[in-house]
Design a protein around this ligand. Structure first.
Ligand code: M6R
Length: 361
């Protein structure tokens, strides 16, 4: 049942405020400015002993894991990184007893992720899951974890589950942070930011008509470049994947800082750039990248907290806490991919060559 929407993708994009509300529900503890994660199965002493976190997933779940690693590093100050689960298993990874491994999956059935979990467990590692489908294979094989509570996701491309996965990582990072060195004041600040998300998501969804117009302008592009820095880079990666999957337009994602090391050679009027430009400590650096692109006559669409003078268009999104900004900046880009694909007449819910869950290697 698409509930009045023409596609599941559109329905699922539209459900994100409710989905985020659901993942927060019953978990916030205002007394200690932290969150409770019932199924985590990691007590405070164990949490203090974690020296490193390695996040494993594929596709969109890998991108959510990249943002999750950033959240864990900034809120809990534990070194963290994410890697495609499919690659991890084949490089005979060093499995360290003080590292906490986290497997991320919407379906909970992705073979590459499941196989990585099994290999890790065989080597004695502690593996948690950040999983959407309750009781799925990965949920069962992990030692504990966080359910994402996005609800059923039917469209082959992941949207609401991406958003809820990132919010789940924010909860985990806050929880670990408050066991370690995150202050009460910062805990309160993040909790207040989390509570603002649903209304801000509705605000972004309210600008759909504007995003549709922009999408129609860019739909004839042969290729697109997506750039961002630090927290904005995984947002660029995910936006680029979304566009590729449903519009079949070639897209690349780069850290904005890497442009001058090569990809700047591609910039010309026929290759538009989508730039993630949050109001944070990197604003001036991001603006400098826009200038480099403009100097090569590149067209620019910015996703930012304020109009960007160097951009041809800016999609303005509401500001949250810096750590949580990537959650909101991804949403207009889901709509951008959606309306681009719609303008090109693509089969949005069933893109060619892809399946919802990849249960083979
Ligand atoms: O179910 P999973 O999260 O484990 O799936 C992982 C990827 O196959 C999935 O995210 C894929 O990249 C989607 N088509 C993204 O839209």
């Amino acid at each position: 049942d698409m509930g009045g929407h023409d596609t599941y993708m559109h329905k699922e994009i539209s459900e994100q405020a409710d989905a985020v509300d659901r993942v927060l529900r019953g978990r916030i503890d205002d007394r200690f400015s932290t969150v409770h994660l019932g199924g985590l199965n990691l007590d405070a002493r164990e949490a203090r002993g974690v020296r490193r976190i390695k996040i494993l997933g594929c596709g969109t779940s890998y991108h959510a894991g990249l943002i999750g690693a950033g959240l864990i590093e900034s809120l809990a100050r534990i070194p963290a990184d994410a890697e495609p689960a499919s690659e991890f298993r084949y490089r005979n990874p060093v499995v360290d007893p003080d590292t906490l491994y986290i497997a991320v999956s919407q379906s909970g059935e992705t073979y590459d992720v499941l196989a990585a979990v099994q290999e890790l467990k065989r080597k004695g590692a502690r593996v948690l899951g950040v999983v959407n489908v309750v009781g799925s294979a990965i949920a069962r094989e992990t030692d504990g974890g966080v359910y994402v509570h996005a609800g059923p996701e039917v469209c082959v491309v992941s949207t609401k589950c991406f958003t809820n996965t990132v919010v789940s990582f924010a909860l985990l990072a806050l929880h670990l942070g408050r066991i370690r060195d995150l202050s009460v004041a910062d805990g309160k600040r993040i909790i207040a930011g989390l509570r603002r998300l649903p209304a801000q998501i509705e605000e972004i969804l309210g600008t759909e008509d504007e995003i549709k117009k922009v999408a129609e302008e860019y739909a004839n592009a042969k290729s697109m470049m997506f750039i961002g820095r630090v927290r904005g880079y995984p947002v660029a990666l995910e936006a680029s994947l979304k566009l590729k999957e449903i519009s079949y337009i070639h897209a690349e994602a780069y850290p904005a800082s890497e442009l001058k090391h090569g990809p700047l050679a591609l910039i010309e009027p026929a290759l538009p750039t989508v730039a993630i430009v949050p109001d944070d400590d990197l604003l001036e650096k991001n603006r400098a990248a826009l200038e480099e692109i403009k100097a090569r006559s590149g067209r620019i669409l910015a996703v930012a907290h304020q109009e960007q003078p160097k951009a041809d268009q800016t999609i303005v999104v509401p500001k949250n806490e810096t750590e949580l900004d990537p959650i909101l900046m991804g949403i207009p880009l889901q709509l951008l991919a959606y309306h681009t694909a719609l303008a090109l007449g693509r089969d949005i819910d069933k893109p060619r060559n892809l399946a919802k869950s990849v249960t083979v290697e």
